[in-house]
Write a protein that binds this ligand. Structure first.
Ligand code: HXC
Length: 515
């Protein structure tokens, strides 16, 4: 090294050493069962691939920090690196520096990294662990949030955006995750708009952090979180796995993986998984596993609206999104939550060029006052809009029941479904036989000498005439009736044919999707 250079390098190293929390702050963070931002970054990225940017940023006013010397980096690590060999940008808030609170510079760093991710077409991962708006920086901090939200909106549908909540995420801070495509939470994290003190003051109610907005609450009750993991390490492994299914940006196809599984594999187990008796429940995830490459799939929103399953999977190496009614919960009826869950997932698939495979076994919409008052009309419309708007290939298999409105709203021909199949036991009708006979033949049954026998006869007649897939097939409303064991083969062949699909919308500013 030439003379004189050493002192410059020493100075740089000294400055970079004053980043992140002090040893005491790091110990406190570990004591809470959480990792530091740097440890999280190490786990998210492939070994030794992360490149930090803005590591020497400091807040504008040191005097605001209560006499404390500010740390380089301003409580947030940003940069880029490889995840499974592909470029990804990330920001990780560092709770060991001023509680990870968001000041002006901290926000600027995040926005800069997001805009770079957008510019270079890379996914963006935000790891949240923060006390929210940095109180000392007041409106500069609030303005920083607004810029982050704006960048979230601009990047929406262009690059995958993933939020990971690993500590507190409070107040308006929750809206950046709320604007992103996928939200992960750990058991040791929480999100809320108004904290327990506010709830106590305004509502005179005692609530704990966990009760108000813990990971389980958002994974199971609110649906804000799509994934719940037990700790930081398993959560970041989960994020890495999700990224294997997503393209880097809207211009790319999702990552193809050389298949090992036989595309023509017959799924004979399907002959037994789905009971012929329409009243018998079963777990549709077994059907998804049966048709997917290597029996593997990646479920999204697993704990919320379990009457509908959405998952990413592969068919002969190509990523597909699966939307399936789940007959073992609420008989697979569609309700408000299921509609929202499906609509969100379909829009994600469509945005990122992921073909959609729908597995239908649905008795209809969930009836009742709760659903009507809660706006099943508006919310059910979201699913229709999402299916109609989607220009990716749309394949569908009717496994058993396909009744009423539910038939129309899930990838039907009318919604430009590309290839629709039904199993021979499928029942495609306006409603089930019992209900239909009650409405159509009320007088007939009443007047009969033996009403119960007449009813039975009419039900059997209706079932034979209408509860079959053959009428739909005769009208071309499904493309073929297939034997259950041929489902994987039919889907793989259909998918490979439709991959060349190119469909464009009539130009407009944007549609008015129901909200
Ligand atoms: C500045 C903060 C801070 C904040 C925490 N710290 N939050 N500093 N601004 N918002 C500092 C603490 O002073 C402390 O510094 C260190 O971070 C660790 O915080 P603790 O309180 O010791 O940690 P813990 O006990 O784990 O509690 C975490 C917490 C609590 C629950 C998040 O810190 C808290 O309630 N913070 C305030 C949360 C909040 O109300 N934020 C504003 C939300 S409104 P020392 O020096 O002691 O280590 C908002 C508006 C956004 O965000 C609007 C967007 C549109």
């Amino acid at each position: 090294m030439q003379e004189g250079m050493e002192k410059f390098i020493r100075l740089l190293r000294e400055k970079k050493a004053i980043a992140g929390g002090s040893e005491k702050d790091i110990a406190t963070q570990h004591g809470k069962g959480r990792l530091t931002a740097r440890e999280r970054i190490e786990l998210l990225f492939d070994p030794d691939s992360f490149n930090e940017i803005d590591s020497l940023v400091v807040p504008r006013y040191d005097s605001y920090m209560g006499g404390k010397k500010s740390r380089y980096g301003d409580g947030c690590i940003t940069g880029f690196g490889l995840v499974n060999g592909r470029q990804v940008f990330a920001a990780a808030q560092d709770a060991s520096v001023m509680g990870g609170s968001l000041g002006e510079m901290h926000a600027n760093k995040i926005v800069k990294a997001m805009r770079m991710a957008l510019q270079y077409g890379c996914p963006f991962v935000a790891i949240n662990d923060s006390g929210g708006a940095r109180i000392q920086e007041g409106v500069d901090s609030l303005g920083g949030y607004a810029k982050i939200f704006d960048a979230n909106c601009e990047a929406s549908g262009v690059i995958p955006q993933i939020s990971v909540i690993m500590g507190p995420c409070a107040g308006g801070a929750v809206y950046s995750p709320g604007l992103t495509d996928f939200v992960f939470m750990t058991d040791n994290s929480y999100m809320f708009i108004t904290g327990p003190e506010v709830v106590k003051a305004v509502m005179q109610e005692e609530v704990s952090f966990d009760d108000l907005g813990g990971g389980r609450v958002h994974a199971q009750a609110s649906g804000v979180s799509h994934f719940l993991d037990k700790d930081d390490a398993s959560c970041l492994a989960h994020v890495r796995e999700l990224l294997t299914f997503l393209p880097s940006n809207v211009q790319e196809d999702p990552p193809y993986r050389e298949p090992v599984d036989d595309p023509e594999r017959r799924c004979t187990e399907l002959l037994d998984i789905v009971p012929v008796d329409p009243h018998q429940p079963y777990d549709v995830r077994k059907v998804i596993a049966s048709i997917s490459d290597d029996g593997r799939f990646f479920e999204v929103h697993e704990l919320w609206a379990p009457n509908l399953v959405v998952a990413l999977s592969r068919l002969n190496g190509y990523v597909v999104g699966i939307v399936a009614n789940q007959p073992q919960v609420l008989a697979g009826c569609i309700d408000i939550k299921a509609s929202i869950k499906a609509a969100h997932f379909i829009r994600i698939c469509d945005a990122y060029n992921i073909p959609i495979v729908t597995l239908q076994d649905v008795p209809g919409f969930l009836p009742g006052r709760d659903q009507e008052y809660g706006g099943i009309i508006r919310n059910g419309a979201r699913m229709i809009y999402a299916y109609s708007e989607a220009t990716v290939p749309k394949l569908m298999v009717i496994l058993r029941k396909s009744y009423g409105g539910a038939y129309c709203v899930m990838s039907s021909k009318g919604l430009r479904g590309d290839l629709l199949y039904a199993w021979p036991n499928a029942e495609i009708a306006v409603m089930g036989a019992e209900g239909a006979v009650n409405i159509l033949f009320r007088e007939d049954v009443k007047k009969a000498a033996d009403p119960a026998a007449r009813r039975k006869e009419l039900v059997a007649d209706y079932e034979a005439k209408f509860n079959t897939p053959y009428i739909a097939a005769s009208r071309g409303l499904i493309d073929d009736i297939i034997e259950p064991q041929d489902t994987r083969r039919a889907l793989v062949r259909g998918l490979e044919m439709t991959l060349s699909k190119r469909e464009r919308h009539i130009p407009r500013k944007h549609g008015i999707s129901p909200m």
